[in-house]
Design a protein around this ligand. Structure first.
Ligand SMILES: C[S@@+](CC[C@H](N)C(=O)[O-])C[C@H]1O[C@@H](n2cnc3c(N)ncnc32)[C@H](O)[C@@H]1O
Length: 223
């Protein structure tokens, strides 16, 4: 198993203690933006099929994709989160890491993920996506971003101070609420991923920001 800073954070953040409450926390802690961002992922995805969701977690996005009539396969490395997905969905699921995909070359029409990019070894991720995607296939990656405007950065910091305070009353989420801002601030996933995708040969590489720059979607196509 690979181990680096992103993996270490992710392993401490997502555990049996918070798998069952994840969906509610994602909804309320983002003021409902989580679902909006996932709808933007679906729009960016177009009609590509079948779809691999990396870091599918409890299956929020996978279930939206399945409901839209797509064939979906999910992968995540946290067993307790996959178990929540299993309860909700009848799709093929695998426990594994996004940097070493247990799939043959060229078998997916699209690869999507939400909240993975800041935890992953991004160069390996780009390599593996290229390998398992069909020609003409699409990748769509979504994650939090650190806003660029100074006034928004003040608001962002205030939001995380409140979240940290909430964490003192919710032990299952304390570490996440205390450390998520640092992980987001230290990550340069949007720029790194765009550079890597272009280098690998992807076309139509684009990055769109949402919710005042606090979230981003990077998408691209394999020629
Ligand atoms: C914040 S949750 C997001 C779950 C889901 N994508 C969603 O949007 O609701 C992050 C998930 O990423 C998974 N994860 C983090 N790094 C991973 C990696 N390298 N490979 C596979 N899964 C990973 C964690 O296990 C966790 O389930």
């Amino acid at each position: 198993m690979l181990v680096h800073d992103g993996h270490a954070s992710s392993r401490r953040f997502f555990t049996s203690a918070n798998a069952a409450s994840y969906d509610r926390v994602a909804k309320y802690a983002t003021f409902g933006q989580d679902l909006k961002w996932k709808r933007h992922i679906m729009e960016a995805l177009g009609n590509h099929n079948p779809v691999l969701e990396l870091a599918c977690g409890t299956g929020v996005l996978s279930s939206m994709l399945a409901l839209s009539g797509r064939s979906v396969v999910g992968l995540d490395f946290t067993f307790e989160y996959l178990r929540e997905s299993m309860r909700r969905l009848g799709i093929p699921l695998a426990q594994g890491t996004a940097e070493i995909l247990p799939y043959r070359d060229g078998c997916f029409g699209a690869i999507v993920s939400s909240y993975l990019a800041k935890y992953v070894e991004i160069d390996r991720l780009a390599e593996e996506c290229w390998r398992v995607l069909r020609p003409g296939g699409a990748v769509v990656f979504h994650d939090f971003a650190y806003p660029s405007s100074p006034s928004m950065r003040h608001l962002w910091a205030a939001y995380f101070s409140i979240l940290r305070l909430c964490g003192t009353f919710i032990p299952a989420w304390r570490i996440v609420f205390q450390e998520l801002d640092r992980v987001i601030k230290e990550s340069r996933w949007e720029s790194q991923l765009q550079t890597l995708l272009l280098k690998k040969g992807f076309r139509a590489v684009s990055c769109k920001y949402y919710s005042l720059g606090t979230s981003a979607i990077v998408s691209a196509q394999k020629p």
